[in-house]
Design a binder for this molecule. Structure first.
Ligand code: HEM
Length: 122
């Protein structure tokens, strides 16, 4: 069974994205990135990407993750915050620890394509 099926299929992945955006928009670290964006479009693209990454039927056909985030200055701390939200939501959705670990491994494997800015300590 794919990770997508284990999580609960389309409805569960849609709930994951809804939860992720609700939390990200409420997170002072991530909110600035998401202002003035078409969130529905972004969710749709991320839905396709994450579905595909979890073995689901959708196909992501957008720009490479590196290109998609190139105009942003994403640091490790932003990426970690994003992953932290995914972790919480997976738990809320009732994913087992094993399934969560497997999905989080997939999600964190794209770090190098998204993080493009070093954190400078004040
Ligand atoms: C595993 C982590 C992530 C994945 C899989 C991911 C995936 C994506 C995808 C598929 C798009 C759409 C590209 C397009 O259609 O143009 C996108 C855009 C975007 N992502 Fe991410 N992302 C991740 C992490 C992050 C993080 C950590 C941030 C911010 C701190 C972020 C901020 C954005 C923003 C602002 C856009 C819109 C860019 C634009 O429209 O110019 N993403 N992301």
């Amino acid at each position: 069974m794919t990770m997508y099926e284990q999580l609960g299929g389309t409805a569960a992945v849609a709930a994951l994205l809804d939860g992720l955006y609700a939390r990200a928009l409420d997170d002072p670290l991530l909110k600035p990135f998401l202002e003035n964006l078409d969130i529905e479009r972004l969710k749709q693209q991320q839905f396709a990407f994450l579905s595909q990454a979890m073995g689901g039927p959708d196909r992501y056909t957008g720009p490479s993750l590196k290109a998609a985030h190139a105009r942003l200055r994403v640091e490790n701390r932003h990426f970690d915050a994003f992953v932290g939200h995914v972790r919480v939501i997976l738990k809320q959705l009732g994913a087992t620890d094993n399934l969560s670990a497997e999905i989080l491994l997939r999600v964190t494997s794209v770090r190098a394509e998204i993080v493009n800015t070093a954190t400078v300590n004040a």
